[in-house]
Design a protein around this ligand. Structure first.
Ligand SMILES: [Zn+2]
Length: 416
């Protein structure tokens, strides 16, 4: 492992709201387990999805560069209210709809050079694990069967429920209400629940809906329990990194913490919570519900995938991104500059341009919570310097350094 470099890598943890030195859960281990909340596959390949996947791809690549053994897992929410609603609206089978959009999603990620996940797990393949966890939560008094036949998590049983979100009780309630638009049983005013913030773990089958057998009759899992069960199944009770879009802080990730820690009795479930800023278009959040989506496959019809990648990396991952196509056009210019700098041949090799200064800037930025905007400034500055000096000084060393930085950023440019 690149010890000195690895020792100074800091990652922002949404739970503590600070940048923390990164290390494995087990002292001395080189394991870096990353669990990312995947998509609900319909309309799922817009810039927001790409930005989340790309951020974790950069984290994956950089941790690997530092010498960590990275295990990158993502789930696929291939059953939930949204898919059923959309399938009914369009008169198609829910499973066909999910598979079709999942393929588009995965093709979009591959198109912008995101590494494949080590494991990619559809929720419908882990129903026994989910049922096991729900059973365990009932046994521990953290969940109950309500009069509507659903199983709910008892939010009051978990101290500090919602702490990850840093919201006050009124804000939690407001968020819970907004989230319940997708899952009506979670609505705070649902009087089958003991308390307003309780959320569904297992939902009794309704006519015409997909269903699985369970100790509580036929039904299907809630969304939050899916990730707790898959995380436990893949990584055990505690692991390094978990994340997704910033809109998952509450209720999804807060509920995962409550479920997982109530079930395993171990704290913390996750060492670093990583959340990605939201993508906006024309002043509104880019979202399926508003329908203001820019799909990756459309952007890369007109632009090189590397340009989209560079553009998305030019804004820090925790900042909101206001998508503008002109940004991708500018990034095309950066790409051209980088290509020229990699191709230029110096007229002399007597003296070399030393890249140390740029390397230091690049790695200091990566170590500062993946500050990719600074890394891009740095590579562009190095490229410019190479082009300006190639006629008076050797640039082979500087070109090799530039290539290494571009490879950490995952550009196709340096893969051929
Ligand atoms: Zn999740």
């Amino acid at each position: 492992m690149l010890k000195a470099l690895a020792n100074s890598f800091k990652l922002y943890n949404s739970y503590s709201q600070t940048k923390e030195p990164f290390s494995s859960v087990e002292p001395g281990s080189d394991l870096a387990r990353i669990y990312v909340c995947g998509v609900t596959p319909y309309d799922t390949s817009h810039i927001g999805h790409a930005l989340t996947a790309l951020t974790f791809d950069i984290l994956h690549r950089y941790l690997e560069y530092l010498g960590y053994q990275v295990k990158h897992v993502q789930n696929l929410t291939d059953i939930d209210d949204d898919i059923i609603k959309r399938a009914n609206r369009d008169g198609v089978n829910w499973n066909d709809l999910a598979r079709q959009w999942d393929e588009i999603y995965r093709n979009s990620l591959a198109a912008i050079n995101c590494l494949p996940f080590d494991n990619y797990i559809p929720a419908t393949t882990k129903i026994p694990e989910i049922i096991e966890m729900v059973k365990g939560l009932i046994e521990r008094g953290a969940a109950y069967e309500a009069k509507d036949g659903n199983i709910y998590f008892r939010a009051a049983s978990f101290k500090n429920y919602g702490a990850l979100s840093h919201l006050n009780p009124e804000e939690l309630l407001e968020k819970a209400r907004a989230a319940a638009v997708d899952s009506l049983v979670d609505y705070p005013e649902n009087d089958a629940k003991e308390s307003v913030l309780d959320f569904v773990l297992w939902q009794a089958a309704r006519p015409g809906e997909p269903r699985w057998d369970s100790p509580w009759g036929e039904g299907r899992p809630g969304w939050h329990i899916e990730c707790s069960a898959i995380g436990l199944n893949q990584f055990g009770a505690q692991f390094e990194i978990h994340g997704g879009g910033a809109d998952l802080l509450f209720p999804h990730h807060s509920s995962e913490i409550a479920q997982s820690e109530s079930y395993t009795g171990q704290h913390p479930f996750v060492k670093y919570w990583v959340h990605i800023g939201m993508v906006h278009l024309g002043g509104d959040k880019m979202s399926k519900s508003l329908g203001n989506l820019v799909l990756v496959r459309d952007v890369i019809k007109n632009h090189r995938p590397d340009a989209l990648r560079l553009y998305l990396l030019s804004i820090h991952y925790r900042e909101p991104l206001h998508y503008e196509e002109s940004g991708v056009v500018i990034a095309e210019g950066w790409l051209a500059q980088l290509e020229k700098a990699l191709a230029v041949e110096s007229e002399t090799a007597n003296e070399q341009l030393h890249p140390t200064e740029w390397q230091q800037r690049f790695f200091a930025a990566m170590n500062d919570d993946l500050d990719t905007p600074i890394t891009i400034e740095t590579i562009l500055d190095l490229a410019q310097t190479i082009l300006a000096k190639a006629h008076t000084i050797g640039v082979v060393k500087a070109q090799a350094a530039l290539k290494e930085m571009l490879s950490i950023l995952g550009l196709f440019l340096v893969e051929n």
